[in-house]
Ligand binder design. Structure first.
Ligand code: GUN
Length: 288
């Protein structure tokens, strides 16, 4: 059996088209474009690529975008003052600080996230937004898991009553992914590095989400025939070669549907960020 390929490009395009339409409505109604500010501290090359992609996506979708580049020598106080300024800027509806922070600021990541106005927290990392997700209140949800859920919905893959297994328990992907799947009435199991007999659990999954950070960790024997497999991993195994957390070639012979790497979930993340900026703008402008 050969799995259906869930192309990130196709679903990201659909998510972005919806954001374009909503952004136009907002501009017509309020006379302002939804705006995103991305703060990048230091010169990490991978982060520079991510930030450039976010800026480009804003231009594509018709959003206002501001990239604030700060030197690696920026102090905690300077970074917090930048966040305060952007929190107060009415042209900015979404604000994120690209992570990881440079070494000197690594200990400040929690404080930095907590300083962002929860209404502008388009990463969905602020504890207020995490709490809203867990309690089922409307809020901003972390882009990667939100994009994965939107893709499942757009692809017409049933979730209600299904067994979902999330491998990985990070705050950015694993935990919010589990909450989202639960909110759609899946029966969810979260596995991690201390899980015993992992393969027996993953084999029960109708929907398997791999967010581990280990190249080709999920092998064909760990997948139930016909399952939907979502690969959140992006592992650089050679200067120009990326692989996911799933052994794509072997697993695509067993799965019913599978996301590729590259060209899968990574594209959904940026598309969902655009959706979150539009959602944040709509909320802020409606309650002004
Ligand atoms: N670094 C890697 N992924 C992300 C993300 O989704 N948001 C932020 N702020 N930094 C990241």
């Amino acid at each position: 059996m050969s799995a259906k390929i869930l192309s990130g490009k196709v679903f990201a395009q659909q998510i972005k088209e919806a954001a374009v339409a909503k952004a136009k409505e907002i501009e017509a109604q309020y006379g302002v474009k939804p705006g995103l500010a991305v703060v990048l501290v230091g010169d990490d090359p991978a982060s520079q690529v991510y930030v450039r992609n976010k800026d480009k996506a804003c231009a594509q979708v018709g959003l206002h975008s501001e990239v604030v580049n700060l030197p690696a020598t920026t102090t905690r106080e300077e970074l917090l003052a930048t966040i305060d300024r952007l929190n107060a800027d009415p042209s900015i509806h979404g604000l994120l600080v690209q992570l990881p922070l440079p070494e000197g600021l690594r200990g400040c990541e929690k404080e930095v996230i907590n300083r962002i106005d929860p209404a502008k927290d388009v990463d969905g990392f602020h504890p207020i937004n995490v709490g809203r997700l867990v309690t089922g209140e409307p809020g901003l949800v972390s882009c990667t898991p939100a994009g994965c859920l939107r893709m499942l919905e757009l692809a017409g893959i049933p979730i209600d009553g299904k067994r979902a297994v999330v491998v990985g328990r990070s705050n950015i992907v694993g935990k919010p992914m589990a909450s989202l799947l639960m909110s759609r009435n899946a029966t969810v199991t979260v596995c991690h590095s201390h899980t015993r007999d992992l393969a027996a659990i993953t084999r029960e999954a109708d929907i398997l989400v791999a967010a581990i950070g280990k190249p080709k960790f999920i092998t064909a024997d760990m997948v139930k025939p016909g399952a939907t497999v979502i690969d959140v991993g992006i592992n650089r195994v050679a200067p120009h070669k990326l692989v996911g957390d799933v052994d794509f070639d072997a697993v695509s012979e067993v799965a019913g549907a599978i996301t590729p790497v590259p060209g899968g979930v990574g594209l959904l993340t940026v598309a969902m960020l655009m959706a979150n900026v539009v959602q944040a703008a709509e909320q802020q402008l409606a309650h002004k």
